[in-house]
Write a protein that binds this ligand. Structure first.
Ligand code: HPA
Length: 271
């Protein structure tokens, strides 16, 4: 199980192509891919050239590592991610996250699309993740050795970064909800009974990504922030069936808001 990690090797490959030393990483989820086009002085490396990076099978995900600047701050952007449901491997994002740390990033901002359970945070709105529930029954650190694997997650989501998101959203006049994200395996959507359970357990949003990346990022010592675009109310909350189409339609609404918020967060983080 303990696959050799390629993070140092990938970081060396990146460093051979650019002198930019990123201080923060970004993982772009559904609908946010074109944020990568706003990166200045971008050096783009397809995941296929990076050993251990996942090859995406999702129609709305690309698969490129982009190093450049946002708001004058050096960043490393993962445009696209691997999901557990694609590969059946909870470690699918291990090398990409390790690479961010090896490049010198101190923090990482994770974005995703999610189903909303909290009636106050509707489709097209943003939710800052303050905590999570790992309901997938697996963990990306299974098979790791040493005491480092017992990662504390009491404050997995960095409070200072959360504050930067709240300030940036307020300055832009954008509503930013906050709450608990619950990781379901996917790729099928949840049932209404599962969503009722999730609400009882304290979830505000459900989704199929991000939690393993948070765990890996904390393992590698990165500060973490994560934000969901709610693309639909979760199963059974409306009369409608859920579809990936809704993610593709409403993802861009959240993306437009994040495009305004992220440069402010990144500028403040880099200061
Ligand atoms: N469930 C799980 N993942 C999701 C959803 C959902 O309703 N919407 C977008 N990603």
């Amino acid at each position: 199980m303990s696959a050799l990690s390629h993070g140092a090797e990938c970081a060396a490959l990146v460093q051979a192509r650019t002198a930019i030393k990123p201080v923060i990483g970004l993982v772009l989820g559904s609908g946010l891919g074109d944020f990568a086009d706003t990166v200045e002085g971008a050096v783009r490396i397809p995941f296929s050239e990076l050993a251990g990076f996942p090859i995406s099978t999702v129609s709305s995900h690309k698969g490129e590592l982009i190093v450049g600047k946002v708001a004058g701050v050096p960043v490393a952007v993962l445009s696209g991610r691997g999901h557990f449901y694609e590969h059946g491997d909870p470690k699918v994002m291990k090398t990409p996250i390790e690479t961010l740390a090896a490049l010198g990033c101190k923090g990482v901002i994770l974005t995703n699309a999610a189903g909303g359970l909290n009636p106050d945070i509707g489709p097209g709105e943003l939710m800052l993740i303050t905590d999570h529930i790992n309901y997938a029954g697996t963990n990306p650190l299974i098979g790791e050795m040493g005491d480092q694997r017992f990662v504390g997650l009491t404050q997995a989501y960095d409070l200072r970064l959360q504050g930067l998101f709240k300030s940036a959203a307020a300055e832009e006049g954008i509503k930013l909800g906050s709450g608990v994200y619950m990781w379901f395996n996917g790729p099928s959507f949840e049932t209404p009974a599962e969503i009722r359970m999730a609400r009882i357990l304290g979830a505000d949003a459900v989704g199929m990504s991000t939690v393993p990346e948070v765990i890996l990022a904390r393992y590698y010592g990165l500060e973490v922030a994560a934000v969901s675009t709610v693309t639909n109310f979760a199963a059974g909350m409306t009369g409608n069936e859920i579809s990936h189409l809704e993610t593709k339609e409403n993802g861009p609404k959240g993306a437009e808001k994040l495009k305004k918020i992220l440069p402010r967060v990144i500028a403040a983080y880099g200061a």
